[in-house]
Design a protein around this ligand. Structure first.
Ligand code: ADE
Length: 222
């Protein structure tokens, strides 16, 4: 898979894909990630990429031209174009699974007040990572890239993500996990996990996962 991330702040990505699982995925050629400064596509003599909103209002709006030209330049018949905006549809694990099947993603990060809405006409998906407003799409681009790359074949063991809180099989939260020591500052590991009875362990984990989901995310059980 190839992922092209269009941003006005490429330095924000310094280091994020250079550690741990994503770094290994890049080294093993499971994914190619390109961080592209879309200011280089502007035809404005002063390198402008944004302007005041028609009708008035606070802040600046990203103009069509640099983004249209960048997408035209990068897009192939296999590309899926994603625009990150708090007004997008909510990003979920299901979308991560679907996007992990694509060959090429072009992810556009907004910044400032927003985009000229005509940019919607050249994108396949407008996505929000949650009901809060960040200063731009860079952190969301890191989050969705990370969530997609870990699902690519050969990046992590498939068993690892089948047991995730939001796997293909389940939309309930993960059960609690423990490791050594058995007691730490008076806090004990639940007895059931120590006796090797796997039927009992599975049952306990399932019940704990449901209990946690009821407490924290009752919406998932509806
Ligand atoms: N840009 C700013 N906030 C965002 C959010 N919550 N999701 C996606 N893009 C954003």
């Amino acid at each position: 898979m190839r992922i092209d991330i269009l941003t006005l702040f490429p330095n924000m990505f310094n280091g994020v894909f250079e550690e741990s699982i994503i770094k290994r995925a890049i080294e093993n050629k499971k994914v190619e990630i390109n961080i592209i400064d879309f200011r280089k596509y502007t035809t404005d003599p002063h390198n402008k990429v944004d302007d005041e909103p028609f009708g008035g209002g606070a802040g600046m709006v990203l103009m069509c031209q640099p983004i249209f030209d960048a997408v035209k330049d990068l897009k192939t018949k296999d590309s899926k174009v994603i625009l990150l905006t708090p007004s997008g549809i909510p990003y979920k694990q299901k979308m991560a699974f679907d996007l992990s099947k694509e060959k090429h993603l072009i992810i556009i990060c907004g910044h400032y007040e927003g985009f000229d809405d005509r940019i919607s006409t050249i994108v396949d998906l407008e996505v929000s990572i949650g009901d809060y407003v960040l200063t731009g799409g860079e952190v969301p681009a890191m989050a969705i890239t990370d969530s997609i790359v870990r699902l690519l074949p050969g990046v992590i063991r498939e068993e690892s993500f089948i047991e995730d809180s939001f796997s293909k099989e389940s939309y309930i939260l993960d059960y609690p996990s423990y490791t050594h020591p058995r007691e730490y500052e008076g806090l004990k590991v639940p007895e059931v996990l120590l006796n090797g009875d796997h039927k009992k362990i599975d049952e306990w984990r399932r019940n704990e996962a449901i209990k946690r989901t009821k407490e924290r995310r009752p919406d998932l059980l509806k």
